[in-house]
Design a protein around this ligand. Structure first.
Ligand SMILES: [Zn+2]
Length: 134
C-alpha cells in the first residue's frame, strides 16, 4: 500500500472509523461519500465499538509479502453490533476454535512489515471475546 493512501486510511485502520449518514442515520464502514440507502451526501465520522459476531470465515494459505511464512491466515466477515459487516483478519484463535455467530472484538495488531526500511503497518483485526467471570 502506498504511504499517502495509508495515511488517509489511518482512522479506519486504527479506530474502525466509518461514517453515519446525516439524512437517514445509516452507519457505513468503511466511510462513504454517498449513502447507498438514501443517496445522502452529508456524513459524519462514526467510530464503531469494535464488537460483533462472526458471520463467516475461511483460512487463507496464500502468502502476502511481509507475512510470516508458516501461518495460515484466518480471515472473517464480522457483523458489527451497529450493523455493517467488516472483512478482517482473525487473530489469537485456531480455526477449530471458531464458530459462526461467536462474539468477536477488535484489536490493533501489526498487519504488514514492508521492505528494508522497516515500515510497519498496524490495523484492526478481530479475536474471540474471552469469557469473563462475574
Ligand atoms: Zn442515508
Amino acid at each position: 500500500m502506498e504511504l499517502p493512501r495509508y495515511h488517509r486510511l489511518q482512522g479506519a485502520l486504527y479506530r474502525l472509523e466509518g461514517s453515519r449518514c446525516n439524512a437517514c442515520g445509516t452507519l457505513h464502514f468503511p466511510a462513504r461519500a454517498v449513502c447507498p440507502g438514501c443517496g445522502g451526501t452529508e456524513h459524519l465520522p462514526h467510530r464503531f465499538k469494535g464488537a460483533g459476531t462472526l458471520w463467516s470465515f475461511s483460512e487463507l494459505y496464500q502468502l502476502q509479502r511481509g507475512h510470516p511464512k508458516d501461518i495460515p491466515h484466518l480471515v472473517g466477515i464480522i457483523q458489527l453490533d451497529e450493523g455493517p459487516r467488516v472483512l478482517a483478519q482473525i487473530t489469537d484463535a485456531e480455526p477449530e476454535e471458531l464458530s459462526i455467530g461467536m462474539r468477536l472484538e477488535m484489536v490493533t495488531r501489526l498487519i504488514r512489515s514492508l521492505g528494508e526500511d522497516g515500515l510497519r503497518i498496524y490495523g484492526y483485526k478481530f479475536r474471540p471475546v474471552m469469557e469473563k467471570n462475574g
